[in-house]
Design a protein around this ligand. Sequence first.
Ligand SMILES: [Zn+2]
Length: 409
Amino acid sequence: MTQLPLRAQLASALGRTAATLSRVTGRGDGSVIGGRVGLVLEPDLLRQLARDRKLVLVSATNGKTTTTRLITSALTELGEVATNAFGANMPAGHVSALSAHKSAPYGVLEVDEKYLPEVLETTGAGVVCLMNLSRDQMDRAAEIWLLAQKWRRALSGKPTHVIANCDDPLVTWGASTAAKVTWVAGGQRWKEDSWSCPECGGPLDRKGADWACRECTFHRPEPHWVLDDDAVIDPRGHRWVLDLQLPGLANRSNGAMALAVGEAFGLHVQSALPRLREVTSVAGRYTTVERDGRAARLLLSKNPAGWLEAFDVSDPSLPIILSVNAQGPDGRDTSWLWDVDYRILRGRPVHVTGERRLDLALRLDVAEVPFQLYDSFAQAFDALPPGRLDVIANYTAFQQIRSEFGRAV
Ligand SMILES: [Zn+2]
Protein backbone atom coordinates (compact mmCIF):
# COMPACT_ATOMS: atom_id res chain seq x y z
CA MET A 1 0.00 0.00 0.00
CA THR A 2 1.13 3.55 -0.65
CA GLN A 3 2.26 5.57 2.33
CA LEU A 4 -0.23 8.08 3.77
CA PRO A 5 0.79 11.76 3.47
CA LEU A 6 2.48 13.08 6.61
CA ARG A 7 -0.52 15.12 7.76
CA ALA A 8 -2.83 12.10 7.44
CA GLN A 9 -0.34 9.88 9.28
CA LEU A 10 -0.27 12.37 12.15
CA ALA A 11 -4.08 12.74 12.22
CA SER A 12 -4.50 8.99 12.21
CA ALA A 13 -1.94 8.50 15.01
CA LEU A 14 -3.46 11.23 17.20
CA GLY A 15 -6.91 9.78 16.61
CA ARG A 16 -5.70 6.39 17.80
CA THR A 17 -4.18 8.03 20.91
CA ALA A 18 -7.53 9.70 21.66
CA ALA A 19 -9.26 6.35 21.21
CA THR A 20 -6.86 4.67 23.62
CA LEU A 21 -7.39 7.44 26.19
CA SER A 22 -11.12 7.08 25.83
CA ARG A 23 -10.88 3.31 26.41
CA VAL A 24 -8.57 3.47 29.42
CA THR A 25 -10.73 6.15 31.05
CA GLY A 26 -13.78 3.93 30.62
CA ARG A 27 -15.60 6.11 28.08
CA GLY A 28 -16.43 3.39 25.62
CA ASP A 29 -14.42 1.62 22.96
CA GLY A 30 -13.13 4.96 21.64
CA SER A 31 -13.88 4.33 17.99
CA VAL A 32 -15.98 7.46 17.59
CA ILE A 33 -13.84 9.96 19.51
CA GLY A 34 -10.65 8.71 17.86
CA GLY A 35 -12.15 9.11 14.39
CA ARG A 36 -13.49 12.57 15.23
CA VAL A 37 -10.08 13.77 16.37
CA GLY A 38 -8.52 12.41 13.20
CA LEU A 39 -11.13 14.10 10.97
CA VAL A 40 -10.70 17.49 12.68
CA LEU A 41 -6.96 17.36 12.04
CA GLU A 42 -7.31 16.08 8.49
CA PRO A 43 -10.80 16.37 6.93
CA ASP A 44 -9.66 14.27 3.98
CA LEU A 45 -8.51 11.42 6.25
CA LEU A 46 -11.23 8.91 5.35
CA ARG A 47 -10.52 9.28 1.63
CA GLN A 48 -6.80 8.78 2.22
CA LEU A 49 -7.28 5.78 4.50
CA ALA A 50 -9.65 4.17 1.98
CA ARG A 51 -7.29 4.58 -0.97
CA ASP A 52 -5.81 1.38 -2.43
CA ARG A 53 -8.10 -0.88 -0.41
CA LYS A 54 -10.84 -3.20 -1.56
CA LEU A 55 -13.89 -1.98 0.35
CA VAL A 56 -17.48 -3.09 0.81
CA LEU A 57 -20.06 -0.81 2.43
CA VAL A 58 -22.95 -2.56 4.19
CA SER A 59 -26.24 -0.75 4.73
CA ALA A 60 -29.86 -1.55 5.66
CA THR A 61 -32.39 -0.77 8.36
CA ASN A 62 -31.85 -4.13 10.07
CA GLY A 63 -28.97 -6.61 10.07
CA LYS A 64 -26.12 -4.20 9.25
CA THR A 65 -23.90 -5.18 12.17
CA THR A 66 -24.46 -8.91 11.74
CA THR A 67 -23.92 -8.89 7.98
CA THR A 68 -20.79 -6.76 8.39
CA ARG A 69 -19.49 -9.38 10.80
CA LEU A 70 -20.36 -12.27 8.48
CA ILE A 71 -18.68 -10.63 5.46
CA THR A 72 -15.62 -9.79 7.56
CA SER A 73 -15.35 -13.39 8.68
CA ALA A 74 -15.60 -14.60 5.07
CA LEU A 75 -13.04 -12.13 3.66
CA THR A 76 -10.52 -13.08 6.33
CA GLU A 77 -10.00 -16.06 4.07
CA LEU A 78 -8.39 -13.66 1.57
CA GLY A 79 -6.29 -11.53 3.93
CA GLU A 80 -6.39 -8.96 6.72
CA VAL A 81 -9.71 -7.08 7.00
CA ALA A 82 -10.37 -3.69 8.62
CA THR A 83 -13.91 -3.34 10.01
CA ASN A 84 -16.00 -1.22 12.40
CA ALA A 85 -17.00 -4.15 14.57
CA PHE A 86 -18.59 -2.01 17.28
CA GLY A 87 -21.32 -0.59 15.07
CA ALA A 88 -19.84 2.95 14.97
CA ASN A 89 -21.30 3.35 11.49
CA MET A 90 -20.67 6.99 10.59
CA PRO A 91 -17.49 8.50 9.08
CA ALA A 92 -15.67 8.90 12.42
CA GLY A 93 -16.17 5.18 13.06
CA HIS A 94 -14.90 4.37 9.57
CA VAL A 95 -11.76 6.44 10.12
CA SER A 96 -11.09 4.54 13.35
CA ALA A 97 -11.65 1.17 11.74
CA LEU A 98 -9.29 1.86 8.85
CA SER A 99 -6.70 3.57 11.10
CA ALA A 100 -6.57 0.55 13.36
CA HIS A 101 -5.67 -1.73 10.45
CA LYS A 102 -3.46 0.41 8.24
CA SER A 103 -2.05 -2.38 6.15
CA ALA A 104 -5.25 -4.41 5.74
CA PRO A 105 -5.96 -4.76 2.01
CA TYR A 106 -9.68 -5.33 2.67
CA GLY A 107 -12.27 -3.23 4.49
CA VAL A 108 -15.85 -4.10 5.50
CA LEU A 109 -17.68 -1.02 6.73
CA GLU A 110 -21.15 -0.90 8.25
CA VAL A 111 -22.70 2.39 7.11
CA ASP A 112 -25.70 4.22 8.50
CA GLU A 113 -28.36 4.38 5.73
CA LYS A 114 -28.34 8.18 5.69
CA TYR A 115 -24.55 8.36 5.38
CA LEU A 116 -24.23 5.88 2.52
CA PRO A 117 -24.04 8.50 -0.29
CA GLU A 118 -21.37 10.52 1.55
CA VAL A 119 -19.27 7.51 2.53
CA LEU A 120 -19.50 6.03 -0.98
CA GLU A 121 -18.40 9.33 -2.48
CA THR A 122 -15.49 9.66 -0.06
CA THR A 123 -14.19 6.11 -0.06
CA GLY A 124 -14.97 5.14 -3.66
CA ALA A 125 -15.82 1.66 -2.36
CA GLY A 126 -15.96 -0.97 -5.10
CA VAL A 127 -18.77 -3.01 -3.56
CA VAL A 128 -21.97 -2.00 -1.73
CA CYS A 129 -24.29 -4.46 0.02
CA LEU A 130 -27.95 -3.37 0.54
CA MET A 131 -30.39 -5.59 2.43
CA ASN A 132 -33.65 -3.93 3.52
CA LEU A 133 -35.35 -0.63 4.23
CA SER A 134 -38.23 -0.21 6.65
CA ARG A 135 -39.53 2.34 9.11
CA ASP A 136 -37.15 2.69 12.01
CA GLN A 137 -38.93 3.68 15.21
CA MET A 138 -41.16 6.53 14.06
CA ASP A 139 -39.68 7.23 10.66
CA ARG A 140 -42.47 6.77 8.17
CA ALA A 141 -42.43 5.24 4.72
CA ALA A 142 -42.04 8.63 2.98
CA GLU A 143 -38.70 9.13 4.70
CA ILE A 144 -37.30 5.77 3.68
CA TRP A 145 -38.45 6.50 0.12
CA LEU A 146 -36.33 9.68 0.22
CA LEU A 147 -33.44 7.60 1.53
CA ALA A 148 -33.75 5.13 -1.36
CA GLN A 149 -33.85 8.06 -3.77
CA LYS A 150 -30.56 9.34 -2.33
CA TRP A 151 -29.05 5.88 -2.81
CA ARG A 152 -30.13 5.99 -6.47
CA ARG A 153 -28.42 9.31 -7.03
CA ALA A 154 -25.29 8.21 -5.18
CA LEU A 155 -24.94 4.97 -7.17
CA SER A 156 -25.74 6.45 -10.57
CA GLY A 157 -22.72 6.89 -12.84
CA LYS A 158 -20.30 5.04 -10.55
CA PRO A 159 -18.53 1.76 -11.31
CA THR A 160 -19.69 0.31 -7.96
CA HIS A 161 -20.83 -3.31 -7.89
CA VAL A 162 -23.99 -3.51 -5.77
CA ILE A 163 -25.21 -6.67 -4.06
CA ALA A 164 -28.89 -6.07 -3.24
CA ASN A 165 -31.90 -7.91 -1.87
CA CYS A 166 -34.45 -7.99 -4.71
CA ASP A 167 -37.23 -9.23 -2.37
CA ASP A 168 -37.38 -5.71 -0.93
CA PRO A 169 -38.95 -3.43 -3.58
CA LEU A 170 -37.56 -0.24 -2.05
CA VAL A 171 -34.01 -1.64 -1.91
CA THR A 172 -34.40 -2.84 -5.50
CA TRP A 173 -35.43 0.64 -6.57
CA GLY A 174 -32.59 2.21 -4.56
CA ALA A 175 -30.00 -0.10 -6.12
CA SER A 176 -31.20 -0.18 -9.70
CA THR A 177 -29.28 2.87 -10.97
CA ALA A 178 -25.98 1.09 -10.26
CA ALA A 179 -23.81 0.01 -13.19
CA LYS A 180 -23.66 -3.58 -11.96
CA VAL A 181 -26.07 -5.29 -9.57
CA THR A 182 -26.05 -8.84 -8.24
CA TRP A 183 -29.59 -9.59 -7.05
CA VAL A 184 -30.09 -11.81 -4.04
CA ALA A 185 -33.54 -13.19 -3.19
CA GLY A 186 -33.00 -12.79 0.54
CA GLY A 187 -36.66 -12.71 1.59
CA GLN A 188 -38.74 -9.97 3.17
CA ARG A 189 -40.71 -10.64 6.33
CA TRP A 190 -41.91 -7.08 6.99
CA LYS A 191 -43.99 -5.86 4.03
CA GLU A 192 -45.86 -2.96 5.61
CA ASP A 193 -43.56 -0.35 4.04
CA SER A 194 -43.69 -1.71 0.52
CA TRP A 195 -47.25 -2.00 -0.70
CA SER A 196 -46.82 0.74 -3.26
CA CYS A 197 -44.44 1.19 -6.17
CA PRO A 198 -41.50 3.44 -5.33
CA GLU A 199 -41.27 4.48 -8.99
CA CYS A 200 -44.86 5.64 -9.65
CA GLY A 201 -46.86 5.15 -6.43
CA GLY A 202 -49.10 2.50 -8.01
CA PRO A 203 -50.05 -0.70 -6.16
CA LEU A 204 -47.53 -3.55 -6.04
CA ASP A 205 -48.97 -6.95 -6.85
CA ARG A 206 -47.39 -9.89 -5.09
CA LYS A 207 -47.49 -13.52 -6.10
CA GLY A 208 -45.32 -15.78 -3.98
CA ALA A 209 -41.90 -14.15 -3.80
CA ASP A 210 -42.55 -12.24 -7.02
CA TRP A 211 -43.77 -8.66 -7.11
CA ALA A 212 -44.57 -6.17 -9.87
CA CYS A 213 -46.17 -2.76 -10.18
CA ARG A 214 -49.68 -2.82 -11.64
CA GLU A 215 -49.23 0.55 -13.31
CA CYS A 216 -45.64 0.79 -14.58
CA THR A 217 -42.84 -1.55 -15.65
CA PHE A 218 -41.12 -1.72 -12.24
CA HIS A 219 -40.88 -5.35 -11.15
CA ARG A 220 -38.75 -7.80 -9.20
CA PRO A 221 -35.52 -8.53 -11.08
CA GLU A 222 -34.48 -12.11 -11.72
CA PRO A 223 -32.33 -13.11 -8.71
CA HIS A 224 -28.78 -14.47 -9.19
CA TRP A 225 -28.72 -15.94 -5.68
CA VAL A 226 -31.72 -17.42 -3.88
CA LEU A 227 -32.20 -18.10 -0.20
CA ASP A 228 -34.19 -21.32 -0.14
CA ASP A 229 -35.22 -22.25 3.41
CA ASP A 230 -31.99 -23.42 5.11
CA ALA A 231 -29.85 -23.22 1.96
CA VAL A 232 -28.56 -20.79 -0.64
CA ILE A 233 -28.68 -21.48 -4.37
CA ASP A 234 -25.72 -19.84 -6.11
CA PRO A 235 -25.76 -18.37 -9.66
CA ARG A 236 -24.66 -21.72 -11.09
CA GLY A 237 -27.57 -23.54 -9.46
CA HIS A 238 -25.57 -25.25 -6.70
CA ARG A 239 -27.42 -25.56 -3.41
CA TRP A 240 -25.40 -24.88 -0.26
CA VAL A 241 -26.85 -25.68 3.16
CA LEU A 242 -25.98 -22.69 5.36
CA ASP A 243 -25.96 -24.38 8.78
CA LEU A 244 -25.08 -21.10 10.54
CA GLN A 245 -24.75 -20.82 14.28
CA LEU A 246 -26.64 -17.52 14.25
CA PRO A 247 -30.36 -18.33 14.51
CA GLY A 248 -33.36 -17.46 12.36
CA LEU A 249 -34.43 -16.56 8.86
CA ALA A 250 -33.09 -13.00 9.02
CA ASN A 251 -29.58 -14.33 9.67
CA ARG A 252 -29.83 -16.87 6.85
CA SER A 253 -30.70 -13.93 4.64
CA ASN A 254 -27.66 -12.04 5.98
CA GLY A 255 -25.60 -15.15 5.25
CA ALA A 256 -26.83 -15.28 1.64
CA MET A 257 -25.86 -11.63 1.18
CA ALA A 258 -22.42 -12.33 2.67
CA LEU A 259 -21.81 -15.22 0.24
CA ALA A 260 -22.75 -13.03 -2.74
CA VAL A 261 -20.43 -10.27 -1.48
CA GLY A 262 -17.67 -12.84 -1.01
CA GLU A 263 -18.01 -13.92 -4.62
CA ALA A 264 -17.76 -10.27 -5.73
CA PHE A 265 -14.31 -10.36 -4.09
CA GLY A 266 -13.43 -13.61 -5.86
CA LEU A 267 -14.11 -15.82 -2.87
CA HIS A 268 -15.75 -19.16 -3.59
CA VAL A 269 -18.75 -20.29 -1.50
CA GLN A 270 -16.85 -23.40 -0.47
CA SER A 271 -14.22 -21.24 1.25
CA ALA A 272 -16.60 -18.57 2.59
CA LEU A 273 -19.20 -20.85 4.16
CA PRO A 274 -17.04 -22.38 6.93
CA ARG A 275 -16.06 -18.81 7.92
CA LEU A 276 -19.72 -17.77 8.23
CA ARG A 277 -20.35 -20.74 10.49
CA GLU A 278 -17.64 -19.53 12.89
CA VAL A 279 -19.73 -16.50 13.85
CA THR A 280 -21.71 -17.28 17.01
CA SER A 281 -22.73 -13.92 18.41
CA VAL A 282 -22.54 -10.32 17.23
CA ALA A 283 -22.09 -7.55 19.84
CA GLY A 284 -23.83 -9.69 22.43
CA ARG A 285 -26.84 -10.53 20.28
CA TYR A 286 -28.08 -14.12 20.59
CA THR A 287 -25.75 -14.75 23.51
CA THR A 288 -27.12 -16.47 26.56
CA VAL A 289 -26.63 -14.98 30.01
CA GLU A 290 -27.02 -17.19 33.06
CA ARG A 291 -27.87 -16.65 36.72
CA ASP A 292 -29.39 -18.82 39.43
CA GLY A 293 -30.20 -21.68 37.10
CA ARG A 294 -31.91 -19.46 34.54
CA ALA A 295 -30.46 -19.08 31.06
CA ALA A 296 -31.72 -16.09 29.08
CA ARG A 297 -31.02 -15.69 25.37
CA LEU A 298 -30.81 -12.02 24.36
CA LEU A 299 -32.49 -10.82 21.18
CA LEU A 300 -32.11 -7.18 20.17
CA SER A 301 -34.98 -5.57 18.34
CA LYS A 302 -35.04 -1.89 17.46
CA ASN A 303 -38.03 -1.41 15.15
CA PRO A 304 -41.18 -3.19 13.90
CA ALA A 305 -39.35 -5.28 11.28
CA GLY A 306 -36.81 -6.26 13.96
CA TRP A 307 -39.59 -7.53 16.23
CA LEU A 308 -40.83 -9.89 13.53
CA GLU A 309 -37.27 -11.21 13.12
CA ALA A 310 -36.97 -11.72 16.87
CA PHE A 311 -40.30 -13.60 17.00
CA ASP A 312 -38.97 -15.83 14.23
CA VAL A 313 -35.83 -16.68 16.24
CA SER A 314 -37.59 -17.02 19.57
CA ASP A 315 -38.51 -20.52 20.80
CA PRO A 316 -42.32 -20.68 21.22
CA SER A 317 -42.01 -23.30 23.97
CA LEU A 318 -40.12 -20.92 26.27
CA PRO A 319 -41.21 -18.08 28.54
CA ILE A 320 -40.33 -14.65 27.19
CA ILE A 321 -39.42 -11.29 28.74
CA LEU A 322 -40.13 -8.16 26.66
CA SER A 323 -38.31 -4.99 27.69
CA VAL A 324 -38.92 -1.65 25.97
CA ASN A 325 -37.18 1.61 26.87
CA ALA A 326 -37.58 5.07 25.36
CA GLN A 327 -34.24 6.80 25.78
CA GLY A 328 -32.38 8.75 23.07
CA PRO A 329 -31.01 5.78 21.10
CA ASP A 330 -34.40 4.01 21.26
CA GLY A 331 -36.45 7.00 20.12
CA ARG A 332 -38.77 8.71 22.63
CA ASP A 333 -41.90 7.90 20.70
CA THR A 334 -42.91 4.25 21.07
CA SER A 335 -46.16 4.39 19.12
CA TRP A 336 -44.50 1.94 16.68
CA LEU A 337 -45.49 -0.71 19.25
CA TRP A 338 -48.89 -0.58 17.53
CA ASP A 339 -47.32 -1.62 14.21
CA VAL A 340 -46.22 -5.01 15.55
CA ASP A 341 -48.57 -8.00 15.59
CA TYR A 342 -48.07 -9.61 19.01
CA ARG A 343 -50.72 -12.32 18.65
CA ILE A 344 -47.96 -14.85 17.92
CA LEU A 345 -47.14 -14.68 21.65
CA ARG A 346 -50.54 -16.04 22.71
CA GLY A 347 -50.19 -19.16 24.80
CA ARG A 348 -46.66 -18.34 26.04
CA PRO A 349 -45.77 -17.00 29.48
CA VAL A 350 -45.11 -13.32 28.62
CA HIS A 351 -43.33 -11.01 31.07
CA VAL A 352 -43.18 -7.27 30.46
CA THR A 353 -40.74 -4.69 31.80
CA GLY A 354 -38.77 -1.58 30.73
CA GLU A 355 -39.59 2.13 30.85
CA ARG A 356 -42.48 1.77 28.43
CA ARG A 357 -43.92 -1.36 30.03
CA LEU A 358 -47.35 0.25 30.44
CA ASP A 359 -47.54 1.17 26.74
CA LEU A 360 -46.53 -2.36 25.82
CA ALA A 361 -49.01 -3.76 28.35
CA LEU A 362 -51.86 -1.85 26.75
CA ARG A 363 -50.80 -3.03 23.31
CA LEU A 364 -50.68 -6.68 24.47
CA ASP A 365 -54.05 -6.31 26.18
CA VAL A 366 -55.64 -5.12 22.93
CA ALA A 367 -54.01 -8.06 21.09
CA GLU A 368 -55.47 -10.37 23.78
CA VAL A 369 -52.07 -11.66 24.86
CA PRO A 370 -51.98 -12.43 28.62
CA PHE A 371 -48.88 -11.10 30.40
CA GLN A 372 -47.37 -10.18 33.75
CA LEU A 373 -45.89 -6.78 34.53
CA TYR A 374 -42.64 -6.09 36.45
CA ASP A 375 -40.90 -2.93 37.61
CA SER A 376 -37.46 -4.14 36.57
CA PHE A 377 -35.79 -6.78 34.45
CA ALA A 378 -34.25 -8.38 37.55
CA GLN A 379 -37.72 -8.79 39.08
CA ALA A 380 -39.09 -10.41 35.95
CA PHE A 381 -36.04 -12.67 35.70
CA ASP A 382 -36.24 -13.78 39.34
CA ALA A 383 -39.97 -14.47 39.07
CA LEU A 384 -39.39 -17.10 36.38
CA PRO A 385 -38.72 -20.74 37.21
CA PRO A 386 -35.17 -22.02 36.57
CA GLY A 387 -34.54 -23.05 32.96
CA ARG A 388 -34.26 -21.40 29.59
CA LEU A 389 -36.02 -18.25 28.47
CA ASP A 390 -35.89 -15.68 25.66
CA VAL A 391 -35.55 -11.92 26.05
CA ILE A 392 -36.52 -9.38 23.39
CA ALA A 393 -35.30 -5.89 24.23
CA ASN A 394 -34.81 -2.64 22.37
CA TYR A 395 -31.48 -0.83 22.33
CA THR A 396 -30.91 0.70 25.78
CA ALA A 397 -32.90 -2.06 27.51
CA PHE A 398 -30.63 -4.60 25.81
CA GLN A 399 -27.49 -2.69 26.90
CA GLN A 400 -28.76 -2.49 30.50
CA ILE A 401 -29.32 -6.23 30.65
CA ARG A 402 -25.88 -6.89 29.17
CA SER A 403 -24.14 -4.64 31.69
CA GLU A 404 -26.09 -6.13 34.58
CA PHE A 405 -25.18 -9.67 33.59
CA GLY A 406 -21.66 -8.91 32.47
CA ARG A 407 -20.63 -8.16 28.93
CA ALA A 408 -20.61 -11.17 26.71
CA VAL A 409 -19.43 -10.69 23.13
ZN1 LIG B 1 -44.97 1.63 -10.67
